[in-house]
Design a protein around this ligand. Structure first.
Ligand SMILES: *[C@@H]1O[C@H](CO)[C@@H](O)[C@H](O)[C@H]1NC(C)=O
Length: 351
């Protein structure tokens, strides 16, 4: 009885999440934050010729070809904030290609850097990108905190927004207006919670060594150039000196933080948490929180374990297949993806 009730609740929540993701697809930015022109906050980082700015300077195309990947970086470092971009990923065969949107201070702190990542891992099947999030603090690279998810839409057809809220107390990753991961700072995390000013980066690069099926499928330059479009660049952050670690606006820190902490993207309402749980139960294929093989001593202190996620993680895990709405009916090509690959339980094609 109870189990049955829970299943239908899950389906309902999944449908609700999907409705949200669809509803925002029309407007690229999910939150009411002002976007900036590239030049206001960013500059090219590498692969200069492969950083192609639109004539109005409000969007940028990053290219990967045989010659080079490319990337851009914010002109400033920020201590906390909300960072967002609408991204349309490269089409067709993209095995080995990695697109990333992230915060880092690795250029300033070689051994003790902080990082918050969205990484997009290309695939052999057009549109079936995987998304990975990760959190590092104070050089905690020996214990990665990655999670991977499938997307309930084709990220190569139109832009969707990917956002990172970084507050002193918690971190939230969003896809459109759906929170997909929340990291609440736990005292036992110690330095693992990012705490030094970081810059904003966007890159595209050749990740042949690991990106697709652990490096089995490399970048095929027959399909180059690979183009990723970034628009609606939004930075609501507090500029800070990366070395002195102090905010540029002296004295305003408390007011700034209050503004950040009370903004809608920083507040986790019960509805948002339900949408997050539904997304994770359906779309997550990997999380360190349930990986007892890699972390035998138990999960990280901040892990908020959910029975539903754990069940779905062990039942499907990385063998989940992409079921996107346009090709969900009939064609289920994902079934061929490998031994044990199965189609997830609920049907996302309705609604
Ligand atoms: C960060 O790492 C450095 C070097 O390992 C260490 O000395 C320092 O105490 C750490 N800071 C925090 C906040 O854990």
């Amino acid at each position: 009885m109870a189990a049955k009730a829970r299943v239908s609740l899950t389906v309902l929540l999944a449908a609700a999440t999907l409705a949200c993701l669809c509803a925002v697809a029309a407007s690229a930015s999910a939150f009411d934050v002002p976007s900036v022109a590239f030049e206001e906050r960013f500059s090219p980082l590498f692969g200069d010729g492969n950083v192609v700015r639109s004539s109005d300077d409000r969007s940028v195309r990053l290219l990967l070809d045989r010659r080079s990947g490319s990337g851009f970086i914010s002109s400033d470092y920020y201590l906390h904030g909300f960072f967002s971009a609408s991204i349309k990923l490269p089409k067709d065969y993209t095995a080995g290609v990695v697109v990333a949107f992230y915060l880092s201070n690795g250029d300033v702190y070689e051994k003790t850097h902080d990082e918050l990542d969205f990484e997009f891992l290309g695939s052999r099947w057009g549109g079936q990108w995987r998304v990975q999030t990760n959190v590092y603090g104070n050089g905690s690279t020996s214990h990665g905190r990655e999670e991977r998810y499938l997307l309930p839409f084709d990220p190569t057809l139109e832009a969707h927004s990917y956002s990172i809220l970084w507050a002193p107390t918690h971190i939230i990753f969003y896809i459109d207006d759906t929170p997909i991961r929340e990291v609440i700072r736990h005292p036992d995390m110690g330095g693992d919670f990012p705490a030094k000013p970081m810059a904003v980066y966007a890159t595209i690069w050749d990740g042949s060594a690991w990106a697709t099926d652990g490096g089995k499928y490399k970048v095929n330059y027959k399909y180059a150039p690979f183009a990723s479009d970034f628009s609606e660049l939004a930075v609501v952050g507090f500029r800070a000196d990366p070395v002195l670690r102090v905010a540029h606006r002296h004295g305003a820190r408390q007011a700034d933080l209050l503004g950040l902490m009370t903004a809608d993207y920083a507040v986790m309402t019960p509805q948002k948490r339900a949408a997050m749980r539904a997304f994770r139960a359906r779309q997550m294929t990997y999380t360190v929180c349930y990986d007892a093989v890699r972390y035998a001593d138990g999960p990280f202190p901040e892990c908020d374990n959910s029975d539903e996620e754990r069940e779905s993680f062990s039942a499907w895990g990385e063998s989940k297949t992409v079921v996107m709405r346009p090709r969900a009916r009939g064609r289920r090509r994902g079934r061929k993806a490998g031994a044990g690959a199965r189609v997830p339980p609920a049907d996302v094609s309705s609604s």
